[in-house]
Write a protein that binds this ligand. Structure first.
Ligand SMILES: [Zn+2]
Length: 307
């Protein structure tokens, strides 16, 4: 009896600590593991970005494996139960911890680990610090076992066609955008765009390391692909309307901040003046929209000086 009770307690601790994960079928051979649309915290165990699984003739491609070793183990369990094929390639779209730190679960001898050259360099430079930041947000227990592994195959050109696990993918590499060196993947045969951090679904895009003009140019290029399905970095799967929605947000940001800079006010108080009611129900509106206003304000001011 005592052992049974202890067993239940142990099960409770591991089974209920993190929100349940799911593997959502999008189109045949494509699955999404959704993340919570919020900042990393104990309550979400760091699972705040989407992972994507693609099936090819040779096995599975795991794109953006997730935030921690423990999360990776849970995702691997789901994949084994629901798909039952091995992961033979791992891709990091960009070097944010919630996207890449689970890689060690899937990267084994013989498994490809693919990213841009810039992502590989950023992981080498920033992952030790970003692991510490993530640990502060989600707690030591949840991040235990998380080891940094670096991409072994990198891409330096703006566009390339690669074959991973038998899936033919167009890789679009961007120096700017959400994070320097971020990539998007286009599976033309299935009409699926994996947008990484470059597109969110009803979530304010994070511009901390971005320039608005660069990101807007990237979105124009993604829209030109006219994908039937868009898998965003955050939020549910959708279609090309997701790209248009983020472009709409950036256009309003550019217009509003551009007008505000001309008034002689300052950047610090700009977020109060430039609330966007149409986007208030997007995830992370607080604090990201205010931060974006300030970021764009400083860019616009600089552009004025440079004229
Ligand atoms: Zn990101």
């Amino acid at each position: 009896m005592r052992a049974a009770v202890l067993g239940l307690i142990a099960l409770g601790a591991s089974a209920f600590a993190c929100p349940p994960l799911s593997l959502q079928a999008i189109v045949p051979g494509v699955w999404l593991v959704p993340g919570a649309q919020e900042a990393p915290a104990r309550g979400n165990c760091g699972r705040v970005a989407n992972s994507v699984v693609l099936e090819g003739a040779q096995g599975l491609v795991m794109v953006d494996p997730g935030p921690t070793y423990k999360d990776g183990l849970r995702v691997r369990q789901l994949i084994r139960a629901q798909i039952g094929r091995p992961v033979v390639a791992v891709v990091a779209t960009h070097a944010h911890p919630e996207n890449v730190l689970a890689a060690s679960v899937f990267v084994k001898p013989g498994v490809v680990f693919f990213a841009s050259d810039i992502t590989a360099a950023r992981m080498r430079r920033y992952c030790p610090r970003c692991r510490r930041n993530l640990r502060a947000a989600i707690g030591e227990d949840e991040i235990r076992g998380t080891r940094i592994v670096l991409p072994r195959q990198t891409i330096q050109s703006a566009r390339a066609t690669v074959e991973l696990a038998g899936v033919t993918l167009t890789v679009l590499r961007f120096e700017g955008g959400h994070l320097p060196g971020n990539i998007a993947l286009y599976d033309a045969a299935r009409g699926v765009l994996l947008a990484g951090g470059l597109v969110n679904n009803r979530q304010i895009p994070q511009m901390r390391d971005a320039q608005l003009a660069d990101w807007a140019a990237v979105l124009a290029e993604l829209a030109d692909l006219a994908p039937a399905h868009v898998l965003p970095g955050h939020g549910p799967a959708g279609d090309a309307g997701l790209i248009a929605a983020i472009r709409g947000y950036f256009e309003q940001l550019e217009r509003s901040v551009g007008a505000d800079v001309q008034t002689g006010n300052d950047a610090a108080s700009a977020p109060q003046r430039l609330a966007f009611p149409d986007y208030r129900d997007w995830a992370e509106y607080l604090p990201e929209h205010g931060l974006n206003v300030q970021k764009r304000w400083r860019e616009a001011e600089q552009e004025l000086f440079d004229r």
